[in-house]
Structure formats: C-alpha cells, structure tokens
Design a binder for this molecule. Structure first.
Ligand code: 5RP
Length: 245
C-alpha cells in the first residue's frame, strides 16, 4: 500500500472533522473534489458504523456515483428541498471565508446546494488559505451559444475593473472543450488579486452568457483546515482560528 501524501493526510483530517459535525436525521449537501472524496468515504463509514439516517444531495455526478457506490442514497435536491449542512472543498479561502471554487467544474451545482443549506462548511488543506482571493484561476460557467462573445464581454469587465489578467482560457478536457454536468463550458480567468470580489461577481453574472462564477461570497460559515500532521484548525468569518483536538 502506498503511503498517504502530506496533502492527503491534511485533506482527510479536514474531512473527518467535517463529518464529525453530521448528526442523525440531517439533510446533507455533498461537495465535489478530492477533499470531498475523503468526506464521502468518512461519511459512509459513519453511516455504516452508527446506522445514521441521512438524506443526501450531491453537487456532481461524480460525487453521486461515489456516494452510491459506498452505500449512501442520493436524492435530487428538489426531493429534499432544504439542507441542514453542506460539506465541500474550496480552491481558495480568504479571512472572511469568501471562496474561489470550481476547479473540479462543479461550481454551479455547488453554489445552488450551498445556498440551499442552513450551513456550509468548507474542508481544505492549508495551501488554500489566502489573504486576498485571485491567485487561483476563477472559473466562470458559460453557455456554449456565443461563448466567444461572452469571453470578450468578460475581458471588458476585467478591464473596466482594472484587474490585471492573462488571456481568458476555455477549459479543456483531453482534446475537447470541458463540459460541466449541465453541458456548459468553463472559462478560466487568470487574475492576480480580486480586491472587490462582490463587484466582480455581480458584473460577471450580469453578462447574459454567464451562468455562474466561482466566487462564493458570504456563503461559507466555517472552514476546517487540515494539516499534514493530521491536526485541524477551524476558521470563522469573525477571523478567529481555533485549534481542534
Ligand atoms: C469543485 C470544487 C472543489 O471543491 C475545489 O476545486 C477543491 O477541490 P480539491 O478538494 O480537489 O482541492 O470547487 O468544483
């Protein structure tokens, strides 16, 4: 068996601490990405060991498939209606718990699910914690029709807001354009710093061809940060950091 990497130990520690927040009877949103994979595994273990009764909605087809393969029943979000808690990963977390998400391409469903939850808890390793959002590419989900026009309009928004950026790239998968679970395309924005994420998010979402962007603003309630030694810290939007046993 190969030894777990320090990053995987950190992700698993964060996932385990997040899954410890789950209580019997909860309605859960299950995130997407490599940290979410640890979370789904730990959750399935708890369900098996403790006989928990949960209702789960998934933020992607891949998460739904994994969860079901581990014995968790996945329901459509609309069958459940409202969720108590969503557990998800992130690409960047700032001190206000604003996030960049969407490296895994699931930002649209992730935002719908997170916003349909009383509480969103992010699990991440320390490399995701930043002072200012923006060094990681910002994904924008767009419809295929007129996507190059949408790309040009996005570039105009970035210029108007004085944001340094490199060319806006259409995300690829193998030799073809990447498709989201909704069949849309993703444009990745390589910025430096996003000083005013609310202004940028509003301007992007005002472009007709844009479906959603990867800025999650004032949605996350708690970030659990795993470390390579297996310990975790909790970050809240009030700026406090708490060590967790
Ligand atoms: C998928 C996401 C993921 O949550 C985010 O990319 C973090 O992924 P990972 O846990 O693999 O670092 O937003 O759309």
């Amino acid at each position: 068996m190969t030894e777990a990497s320090p990053a995987d130990i950190a992700k698993n520690a964060a996932a385990e601490a997040a899954v410890a927040l789950v209580e019997d009877g909860m309605r859960l949103g299950l995130g997407t990405g490599s940290t979410a994979v640890f979370m789904v595994r730990r959750l399935a273990e708890r369900v098996k060991a403790e006989g928990l009764t949960l209702r789960c909605a998934a933020t992607s087809k891949s998460t739904a498939e994994l969860a079901e393969s581990l014995g968790l029943r996945i329901e459509a979000l609309d069958e459940i209606g409202w969720l108590d808690l969503t557990l998800d990963g992130a690409d960047e977390v700032d001190p206000d718990l604003n996030l960049i998400k969407g490296a895994g391409g699931a930002l649209l469903r992730e935002k719908i699910v997170a916003m349909a939850s009383d509480r969103m808890v992010v699990m991440a390793d320390g490399s995701k914690v930043v002072d200012v959002l923006g060094a990681f590419h910002l994904p924008v989900e767009v419809i295929e029709f007129g996507w190059q026009t949408t790309q040009a309009l996005i570039a105009r928004v970035l210029d108007e807001q004085g944001l340094d950026h490199r060319p806006i790239l259409l995300r690829q998968s193998d030799d073809a354009a990447y498709r989201t679970d909704e069949g849309n395309l993703i444009l990745d924005l390589a910025l430096e710093r996003i000083e005013d994420p609310a202004r940028l998010s509003a301007a992007l979402n005002a472009i007709p061809g844009v479906v959603e962007n990867g800025l999650f603003l004032h949605i996350c309630d708690l970030a659990i940060i795993g470390r390579p030694d297996g310990s975790v810290a909790e970050l809240t939007a009030e700026g406090s950091e708490e060590e967790v046993e």
